[in-house]
Design a protein around this ligand. Sequence first.
Ligand code: GDD
Ligand code: MG
Length: 360
Amino acid sequence: MTEAILLVGGKGTRLRPLTVHTPKPMIPAAGVPFLTHLLARARAAGVEHIVLATSYLAEVFEPHFGDGSELGLHLEYVTEDEPLGTGGAIRNVASRLRSGPDEPVLIFNGDILTGLDIEALVSTHGSSGADVSLHLTRVEDPRAFGLVPTDSTGRVTAFLEKPQTPEEIVTDQINAGAYVFRRSVIDTIPAGRPVSVERETFPGLLASGAHLQGMVDSTYWLDLGTPQAFVRGSADLVLGRAPSPAVPGRCGDRLVLPTASVASDAKLTGGTVVGDGAVVGEGARIDGSAVLAGAVIGAGAVISDSLIGAGARIGDRTVLSGAVVGDGATVGADNELQDGVRVWCGASIPDAAIRFSSDR
Ligand code: GDD
Ligand code: MG
């Protein structure tokens, strides 16, 4: 039975203020902490033992997921004293692995929403005889990712993390953040110091002649590292475009958790989720957005592509588009906040304080 390591120790800086009190994998997407979807998909693929490599806000994972038995998993947690980077984190949990030297170990970045056929990645790894196999996907703009060119047999020829110059952009195939390592390769990563698997381990393995195999596919794939991507991912889970056995309800245009209260004439569309205990007022219209637990949306508010943090309050008639409102923040009535705006946790915007001018 293949076991897995989940990398969940990053600081999630691009998702601030949502990650000020909550590590990225614990922010709710489609009503449950994002990590639940990844754990449930791994379980559905036959994985039973998972080690979580934690660092930033490490203490919140175990109280929520416990020993994993509710998900049919056996979960273990290993916390780094200092962040060890992706490779260092993998090496740091090696002592918890049960696999023999030649057996495969799955490794996932903890912020990826994907339809990847996990079992296919493991079987490709077995049949190619590779030391490491990588899930690859194609994106329009690969610059924010690890570029992974392959030869005609799918064998990886280079690994270029976040290329800085146009000459380095040699492919649109990127590292999709899911790997299978031969167990013995994990043991060769240096212990006790930070290591980047992308900048050090993969280039080093290639230089020493190791066999890295890429598996490209065109299934659903999204890195939820930015607010826009996170909101998109949550909506795609609700809509059923991104597959997950952990969506708490039927997929469709909206997902309203049982203890939420939504006015009968409010309109929820585009994969909007309304979390536990949240309230949506009369005539509000919410499209493609996530309203987290306990948030209150005023009457006549118009919200699209936005993330409203836990316990935040949005005043009547306020318009939000592409905005992030931190946990416990208050946006008064009759405001208009547009793309990219981030209201910090606990901040307070008075009534009619911010308007958006169309005659710029
Ligand atoms: N335990 C631990 N310790 N985990 C870490 C650490 C650390 O020091 N640093 C990062 N992580 C975790 C993050 O929590 C995340 O789940 C994963 O490692 C990847 O880190 P990100 O910060 O999200 O990296 P990225 O998105 O910029 O780039 C990575 O993912 C891309 C695909 O989304 C790279 O692997 C790229 O090559 C890849 O294309
Ligand atoms: Mg990421």
